[in-house]
Design a binder for this molecule. Sequence first.
Ligand code: HEM
Length: 403
Amino acid sequence: RLLGTASAAGVAGLALGGAGGAYAHAATREDPPTALSTLGSRSVPFHGAHQAGITTPAQAHGHLVAFDLAPGAGRKEAAALLRRWSDAARRMMAGEPVKGGRGGADTGIALDAGPSSLTVTFGFGRTFFGRTGLKDRLPRELAPLPDFSADVLDKKRSDGDLWVQVGADDALVAFHALRALQREAGKTAKPRWQMNGFNRSPGATSHPMTVRNLMGQVDGTNNPKQSEKDFAEKVFVPEGGSPEWMAGGSYVVLRRIRMLLDDWDERSLAEQEKVIGRRKSDGAPLSGGKEHTKPDLEKRAKGTLAIAANAHIRVAAPETNGDAAMLRRPFSFHDGFRDDGAPDAGLLFLAWQADPLRGFVPVQRKLDRGDALSPFLRHEASGLFAVPGGPREGEYVGQRLLE
Ligand code: HEM
């Protein structure tokens, strides 16, 4: 009884927001139902100019999955699948149950939770266009990425006809969505590969701050900001852009980048900071100031560059790359340990841009020639997908391509 009271108080303490979700959770059978916490009740709109999951703050849990169309499945089957997937995504992002179990029942995995900022994002790989007879609509931006000297790519974990990104602040909500989408794929498309990632949970820090990656660095500081007037131009294909069906869409480059953490964690703090060009504690540039102070690439102390010539932020900065820019929205991953005992862990690097040739490609070319971070990284899988604009009311994702 006492225990019940204590846990009811705990749940009530968390209940800061309104009852935004479809379900409320009671701590024990006797407790009155309480509202969802803000975390559970948050929802992201499915409809809009752009698909959700691009500018949405990165969630705590992510699944990236590529599917290949089954033999015999063409444009008609793909269109029907995108319609089913869109319908399921719209419902789940609103916290509603979907088909998945026997007889069309929901699987129940997310039953007690609210939408928890769930987003589902869909994209098309280069091979999709050949399989569906749509080669005339293949964007030139989907030209294969060049080879980079440091690539050790696993083809089986790269590319794919269709790509799905699921993100949510609750692991069960994320898995529920993934499972429902896999069931909907049915006989039309088969999973090709899957990667699972994570970020910090909202509320784990005393105030919202830029996340850290598994090297311990503050990562994401100098991303383009939505408040900047050229943000949309960098990230999204404009209305009237080419091809027409990609208006409001974006191109995503995915790299599974394993970090050589055993090497990295043996380096001194000073060495680690020099590699990036920023302080580890708060992400401030080594030229001085706070996290969001503009790095001064010219600054010298006693004749030495404050931000080293091969520091990651100097080599990757738009100023040194003809303004090439992208929105980085990664998830960390940890898939256990390798045979040598090293963690199989790193970054599911996701870069969003209006054109990969003015974003990822020139920057990676330069990093590949030898920035200070590259020796600690291995690029193990790669993908490039066209992510069409957001669906209007009544539309499914990709309709403008497939109709
Ligand atoms: C900046 C880490 C891979 C492009 C940064 C920063 C860190 C970081 C800590 C500084 C903070 C920030 O502005 O976000 C990493 C790690 C990587 C990785 C750990 C691999 C596991 C890449 C790749 C690219 C890239 C593959 C692109 C091809 C950039 C860009 C910036 C940046 C454009 C901002 C530079 C600026 O304008 O100041 N990265 N990075 N990074 N990184 Fe990376």
